[in-house]
Design a protein around this ligand. Structure first.
Ligand code: PGA
Length: 256
């Protein structure tokens, strides 16, 4: 049976009190429904504690958007994995393109974070994706191959159950221009093949999300694709109605 994860990446939005309101509205909107997909919210660090208290006793999962690879030490301004683990984070997003672009995270650094998160027994969402220029230069597959090979270097096959991949073409993030379904299916199928090549057959259970301008309007055409197992939703995850409508779409696809 198809598994589906609908994850909200709130980015640098929502104060703690705003976060409580947003997650409460998601709880209210899902509580009378049979939710067959997983729902995850990733608020900013400062809201994780309030969100954890608000979702207590519900099925809503929460996680973080980044972490440092060292467990403690002199890294002013950074947040460690044990800190997030103690707050009950179930997932950590690693290698988001905004971290790669604005904070110069390269594949080697991302790999350190990946190994640290997996070693701590937490799940991760590893984000990969090409820029517009790389796509125009026909380098999409080469870039994704490198991001997978280096990002998952020295990961053990038994850790596959902790890994989720998010394919997020950089040109589609926050632009309102989502990739076309054919492009998404082609890339997801490639990613699945690469994962098995790099990590062995256990990697066939790794789910691959799509991210980049997912809305209630395009969710159906994306989520129903064979190799798409959910979405990493940015802007639309801040609007309860739209986020819940995407969740509903996922549920109706799973019920088919
Ligand atoms: P977007 O962001 O949905 O606003 O395009 C997706 C993401 O960056 O994860």
């Amino acid at each position: 049976m198809k598994k589906m994860l609908i994850a909200g990446n709130w980015k640098m939005n929502m104060t703690p009190s705003e976060s409580i309101n947003l997650v409460q509205s998601i709880i209210d909107g899902t509580k009378d429904k049979k939710i067959s997909c997983d729902i995850l919210v990733c608020p900013p660090f400062t809201s994780i504690d309030s969100v954890s208290r608000t979702v207590k006793g519900t099925n809503i999962l929460y996680g973080a958007q980044n972490c440092h690879f060292e467990s403690k030490g002199a890294y002013t301004g950074e947040i460690s994995i044990p800190m997030l683990k103690e707050l009950g984070c179930k997932y950590i997003i690693i290698g988001h393109s905004e971290r790669r672009t604005y904070f110069f995270e390269n594949d080697e650094l991302i790999n350190k974070k990946v190994k640290a998160v997996l070693g701590a027994g937490i799940n991760l969402i590893l984000c990969i994706g090409e820029t517009l220029r790389e796509r125009e230069e026909n380098r999409t597959f080469e870039v994704l191959k490198r991001q997978i090979e280096i990002g998952l270097n020295r990961v053990q096959p038994e850790q596959c159950i902790q890994i989720v991949i998010a394919y997020e073409p950089v040109w589609a993030i926050g632009t309102g221009i989502s990739a076309e379904p054919e492009q998404i299916q082609e890339v997801h199928s490639f990613i699945k093949t690469e994962l098995v090549r790099v990590l062995g057959k256990r990697a066939s259970s790794i789910i691959v999300l799509y991210g980049g301008s997912v809305t209630d309007e395009n969710a159906k055409s994306i989520l129903e694709l064979e190799d798409v197992h959910g979405g990493l939703i940015g802007g639309a995850s801040l609007k309860t109605d739209i986020f819940l409508s995407i969740v509903d779409t996922a549920i109706s696809i799973l019920e088919k």
